[in-house]
Design a binder for this molecule. Structure first.
Ligand SMILES: Cc1ncc(COP(=O)(O)O)c(C=O)c1O
Length: 394
């Protein structure tokens, strides 16, 4: 039997009855757009993440786009983000006419490096690219926002990022597309108290793409905020800048709604989500044990106090050639693998106009050359994990 990279079929068997009942209820209700399941989901997930409000939307990309629009990010604004991420993080910045300023990542966590962020903000303010590599841009940029990404299911270092953002007046938009459910224990809080993904910064954003830790059966996303004004703006932007009346358009917006059917799917799947996060910890612990015996592999780092949801299980090989050898072994044994991400965004043709050169983000470039992912999902058995590790061992 072939090994799935992410086993959505086993998960579906577990929730089939509830999902089908939820979908049937939407079908029977006729409320396909903005039906009651959307508001129910928003309330449940805001409560889970510890934010006051949530706004369901059509994808993780739309969530980021709506967040930037609500914060009035546009031409002339610098938005700091890591280059070692999925395209959408920086794409939305450029789509709105603002300029992505790439900030290299920490080699252990793969998340944005707060020390580099500080340098990048100073470089933009002074226009001095000797402090930190800057994008080509006619005229001066205004530092406006930072989009830390909680890559592969691990929260970025908000304890270090939030003070830098506060010092420089930057909005923080959390890209938690890969990290719904991730937590970090707060120092000074009673033990057990933890803060969840989507609750950092002015607006937290996530994706419900099927392969994400909490996924639906199509596209979906959500914005989270504590600010009632931002809530109103996000709701308006979600529907073409709607004002008080249906055909009152008070600003530009998008068609950014979450389908009611997808909200019903998510409500059903959310019932097993916490259990799945626990199962992911078991799977990761088993991988750590089994892979620890193999030489030359660097396993995912999870700093103290953090719980990762392991959206991907990413390993670093010693070199690009070593990675190729390992990938060939996996392919030969019929084990699926993937590379997140083979090319950092600053070197993508889509961002060629920014003028970044190879060597400008050395950590991201080194990670891109060595990283690869093996199957990861809550339903991986110890036998399958052993098979995967045997394949890697060659
Ligand atoms: C880090 C990151 N940001 C944003 C997105 C965009 O989410 P969506 O595919 O739902 O638009 C993704 C999706 O893969 C992602 O991984």
């Amino acid at each position: 039997m072939s090994i799935p990279f992410i086993d959505l079929k086993t998960q579906y068997r577990r929730v089939a009855t509830e999902v089908e009942q939820g979908i049937q209820a939407v079908l029977a209700s006729g409320a396909y757009i903005n039906g009651p399941a959307v508001a129910r989901l928003e309330e449940r997930l805001a409560g889970y993440c510890g934010t006051r409000f949530a706004v369901g939307c059509a994808s993780g990309t739309d969530a980021l786009m709506m967040a930037l629009m609500a914060l009035k990010v546009g031409p002339g604004d610098a938005v700091f983000c890591p280059p070692f991420t999925f395209m959408a993080t920086a794409e939305v910045v450029a789509l709105l006419g603002a300029t992505p300023v790439f900030v290299d990542v920490d080699p252990a966590t793969c998340n944005i490096d707060p020390a580099q962020l500080k340098k990048a903000v100073r470089a933009v303010r002074s226009g001095d690219a000797s402090l930190h590599p800057l994008p080509q841009h006619a005229g001066k940029l205004t530092p406006k926002a930072v989009i830390p990404v909680d890559l592969f299911g691990l929260l970025a270092d908000y304890q270090a990022i939030l003070p830098v953002a506060a010092e420089h007046g930057l909005f923080v938009i959390e890209d938690a597309a890969q990290a719904f459910g991730a937590t970090v224990a707060l120092p000074g809080e009673p033990s057990g108290a933890a803060r969840r993904a989507c609750s950092f910064g002015q607006i937290g954003c996530t994706s419900f793409f099927p392969a994400k830790p909490l996924g639906c059966y199509g596209d979906g996303g959500m914005c989270f905020t504590d600010d009632p004004e931002l809530l109103e703006l996000l709701r308006s932007i979600r529907v073409h800048g709607q004002g008080r009346e249906k055909y009152d358009n008070v600003r530009l917006g998008i068609t950014g709604r979450l389908d009611t059917i997808q909200a019903a799917v998510l409500l059903a799947k959310f019932e097993i989500f916490e259990d799945e996060v626990r199962l992911r910890q078991d799977v990761a612990a088993r991988y750590a044990e089994l892979l620890g015996a193999l030489p030359g592999l660097t396993l995912p780092a999870v700093p103290g106090g953090h719980v990762s949801v392991y959206a991907q299980y990413c390993i670093l090989a010693e070199s690009s050639a070593h990675r190729q050898e390992l990938l060939d072994r996996l392919t030969k044994a019929g084990v699926p693998s993937s590379i997140y991400y083979p090319k950092p965004l600053h070197l993508q043709p889509a961002f060629a106009n920014l003028g970044y050169q190879p060597g400008s983000m050395p950590v991201s470039e080194a990670l891109a050359a060595r990283i690869f992912s093996i199957p990861m999902h809550p339903y991986l058995t110890v036998e399958t994990q052993q098979e995967i590790v045997n394949a890697l061992a060659g």
